[in-house]
Design a binder for this molecule. Structure first.
Ligand SMILES: CCCCCCCC/C=C\CCCCCCCC(=O)N[C@@H](COP(=O)(O)O)[C@H](O)/C=C/CCCCCCCCCCCCC
Length: 218
């Protein structure tokens, strides 16, 4: 994997992001970190194409993606091949701040947890998009999904800024265009394919974090 994040280049296609999330899970349901990170990179590219009002969100996501890439490419990279091996390695070697941020502000476990929570937002948002009508508003779908998930982990000021950014989202038709999938019917079909994969990756990670008691890392 490249050492740094490039978010300006190729045109976003939902199909590519879908394929990346598809390749995230191994046969025995381990989550490959490289593909997980690549999936997020695709999403950030998409968000960048929506305008600079989202750049504070993209910046935070890129920051976290970069931390994970650094782990993957670092001297202990072999322990970061899957999310399962990362959790085991970091916990076994006391490389995670469990109660307050102190010695390991960039642990893989806490960094991935932030993206993992955002994946739940994505799942809820895409499900709303999939079942939306021409009249549905992307800003409403986005903020409903956010309020049901990620917002619970954010400070008031972040919730306020996110809420303001959502109003700048393009309408449903433009949104579908930027996905580069085809007709609205084709977008809906593709979302129907994508959602179970994203949900499964989310659920496997959620279970792993729950089993290890690390769902609330500071
Ligand atoms: C088919 C595609 C359709 C949808 C495409 C969506 C593309 C979304 C791409 C990226 C989503 C953003 C991921 C944000 C990760 C946020 C991680 C986080 O929670 N960070 C906070 C906590 O971090 P620490 O301080 O503990 O290190 C941090 O405080 C957050 C700062 C930025 C604000 C995050 C707001 C999140 C809103 C998520 C909705 C994005 C809406 C984009 C709409 C396309």
């Amino acid at each position: 994997m490249a050492d740094s994040v490039a978010v300006e280049d190729p045109k976003f296609t939902l199909q590519e992001v879908l394929d990346t999330f598809k390749s995230c899970l191994s046969e025995n349901k381990e989550v490959y970190l490289e593909h997980y990170v690549a999936g997020w990179l695709g999403l950030v590219r998409f968000m960048n194409s929506l305008g600079s009002v989202f750049s504070f969100i993209a910046k935070d996501a890129v920051n976290k993606i970069q931390i994970l890439i650094n782990h993957l490419n670092g001297e202990n990279g072999a322990h970061y091949v899957t999310v399962q091996s990362m959790v085991k390695y970091e916990l076994d070697n006391q490389l995670v701040d469990l109660t307050k941020r102190a010695s390991f502000p960039e642990s893989g476990c806490r960094t991935l947890l932030r993206l993992h929570r955002a994946l739940r937002w994505l799942e809820l948002f895409l499900e709303r998009l999939r079942t939306s009508t021409e009249e549905s508003k992307t800003s409403v779908m986005c903020s409903e999904a956010y309020n049901e998930s990620l917002s619970q982990h954010h400070a008031w000021i972040i919730r306020k800024a996110a809420g303001t950014a959502f109003w700048a989202l393009p309408g449903r038709a433009t949104f579908f265009d930027v996905m580069n999938v085809g007709t609205p019917e084709q977008v809906v079909a593709m979302l129907g394919d994508a959602l179970p994969l994203i949900s499964e990756v989310y659920q496997v990670t959620e279970n792993l974090y729950a089993q290890n008691n690390i769902l609330d890392l500071p």
